[in-house]
Design a protein around this ligand. Structure first.
Ligand code: C5P
Ligand code: ZN
Length: 498
């Protein structure tokens, strides 16, 4: 048993190191052209922005949207420009009309807009769109459109809304590297959009941003345990709350986690509980070995165990032991603000408030965690209904429409990974919000949720869009069944099942 386990571990190590270096080199080379092309696309809108006075920054209510807005707002502030931020759950005709009513000199859309270019232009809005969602096919052109898809890069994995905004912010800088410190926010946004999950590390144009951030001294990155809470959670809690990978015999069982750590010889704490960052290298390595051994004994697949280790991102300018020091914890903190109607709190944190807004965000984070736990419990109780090519659960009023997508993604641990999962929830306005999540394996087999969701919603008088691996839609309440059937058929076609 031990011999087999050691073989697998050493093979995994070698594979990872060569594999990782190869990906790294290949990514930088392959994406250098696309990176430069996008930087070029940012030059003229940056000059246009610098000429205007009354600016509005419109963004999306999630971690990537907040960091995108914060990057642009900081860049504007540094050039002494006045701006007004506005946040939306989704861009539709009503929200575009609300923005148009403000009569701004220029509107900068970040982390949204690419799916609504036609409507933005029809409203006569002078607009710069810096987004990474799949652009809708349309003839209209705003003042400028910056999007990784336009240079052949994948917006779901290779550059986030905040990454795109960061490239624009660099062109807004007074001196060439004056805004390079904002790379750390761009990485928080990319991690918030789970762009590091497909390959266990950020890829594509994102790697250029990592390079810039590390040269600016604000970011460090390297391989480490990928469990959530490295900076802030006691180690036994980090294990107890582990969802990805789910650790049989540990996840969800505090007593078992404490006993396990004692067995491995890890001291739990003195005056305070020890966190992952408090462990020395030797302790970290024996703990990882013990988790792998336990996982293998419990039949956890290599693919799942490989997800235990990956690249993690540390924000060097932030205080150790806080959520802000780790890109993944930072992004969850931000989701806990904007997804509950407190985008202003998240934006202030991103723009440097470590006082009132930060403690407010930490309070909101506690509630957000509880909501996610309750959401997952509900899915476990209600179950997930399979169709031919998709599976779904309907949360009704029990899960907020703004976090139902996060719950859908987390539900994969108890769902069939061979088809995408859709989650339905009622919105405050009485419409139905649908969030869809897939896996990278499904994307490789042809899945494009953005296309399936937007085309199906359009047929029924709703709107939808997003990325191949994660998308959303809002539809009329009486269209639920018809919508599910349309998406089921569309996904079936994409995966060539019919
Ligand atoms: O809301 P949710 O997290 O499910 O959204 C998943 C992705 O789909 C996000 O990137 C979001 O911006 C996008 N989306 C969209 N149009 C909608 C709803 C969601 O582009 N109507
Ligand atoms: Zn985004």
């Amino acid at each position: 048993m031990i011999a087999v386990e050691n073989q697998i571990r050493s093979a995994a190590k070698v594979y990872h190191s060569f594999h990782q270096i190869a990906i790294y080199m290949q990514d930088l080379q392959e994406n250098a052209g696309k990176f430069l092309e996008l930087c070029e696309l940012c030059k003229s809108p940056a000059q246009e922005i610098l000429k205007r006075k009354d600016l509005i920054v419109v963004s999306h209510v999630d971690a990537d949207g907040l960091t995108s807005a914060a990057i642009i707002c900081t860049a504007l502030e540094r050039r002494g420009l006045e701006y007004q931020p506005m946040f939306f759950r989704q861009l539709d005709e009503t929200s575009i009309a609300e923005i148009a009513d403000r009569n701004a000199d220029l509107v900068i859309f970040t982390d949204l807009g690419s799916g609504m270019i036609q409507q933005i232009c029809e409203c006569g809005l002078p607009a710069v769109v810096a987004d990474h969602h799949k652009p809708a096919a349309c003839a209209a052109r705003p003042l400028a459109h910056i999007n990784p898809h336009l240079v052949g890069a994948d917006g779901a994995t290779q550059l986030s809304g905040s990454g795109t905004s960061f490239l624009l912010a660099r062109e807004l800088a007074l001196t060439p590297s004056a805004n390079d410190d904002l790379a750390s926010l761009a990485v928080v946004g990319a991690v918030g959009d789970l762009q590091d999950m497909a390959r266990g590390q950020l890829v594509g144009i994102n790697r250029h941003i990592l390079d810039i951030g590390s040269n600016a001294g604000v970011l460090s990155f390297g391989r480490d345990i990928k469990l959530f809470g490295r900076q802030t959670r006691p180690v036994f809690k980090m294990l107890e709350y582990s969802q990805d990978p789910y650790l049989p015999g540990l996840s969800g069982n505090e007593d078992a986690c404490i006993a396990f750590l004692k067995e491995v010889g890890i001291r739990l704490g003195g005056e305070r509980w020890r966190r992952w960052i408090d462990l020395n290298l030797e302790e970290k390595s024996s703990l990882v070995t013990a988790i792998i051994r336990k996982g293998l004994r419990n039949g956890l697949s290599n693919v799942k165990l490989e997800r235990l280790i990956g690249e993690v991102y540390v924000l060097l300018a932030e205080q150790e032991g806080t959520e802000l020091r780790d890109a993944s914890e930072y992004s969850t903190l931000l989701n806990a603000t904007a997804r509950y109607g407190h985008a202003d709190v998240g934006l202030s944190v991103c723009m440097g408030d470590r006082d009132r807004s930060f403690s407010e965000a930490q309070k909101l984070l506690g509630q957000h965690r509880q909501n996610l736990v309750n959401g997952l419990k509900l899915v476990a109780e209600k179950g997930i209904t399979p169709m031919k090519s998709i599976q779904y659960f309907d949360a009704g009023d029990a899960i907020l429409d703004t976090i139902v997508g996060i719950v859908a993604g987390m539900s994969f641990q108890m769902a069939d990974r061979s088809m995408p999962i859709l989650a339905l929830a009622r919105t405050e306005q009485g419409e139905v919000k649908v969030s869809a999540r897939g896996t990278q394996d499904l994307v490789r087999s042809g899945l494009d949720l953005a296309e399936a969701m937007s085309s199906s919603a359009r047929v029924l008088g709703g709107v939808g869009g997003g990325h191949n691996v994660a998308a959303g839609a809002t539809i009329p309440p009486d269209a639920k069944q018809a919508f599910l059937e349309l998406v089921d058929r569309a996904v079936g076609k994409q995966l060539s099942k019919e």
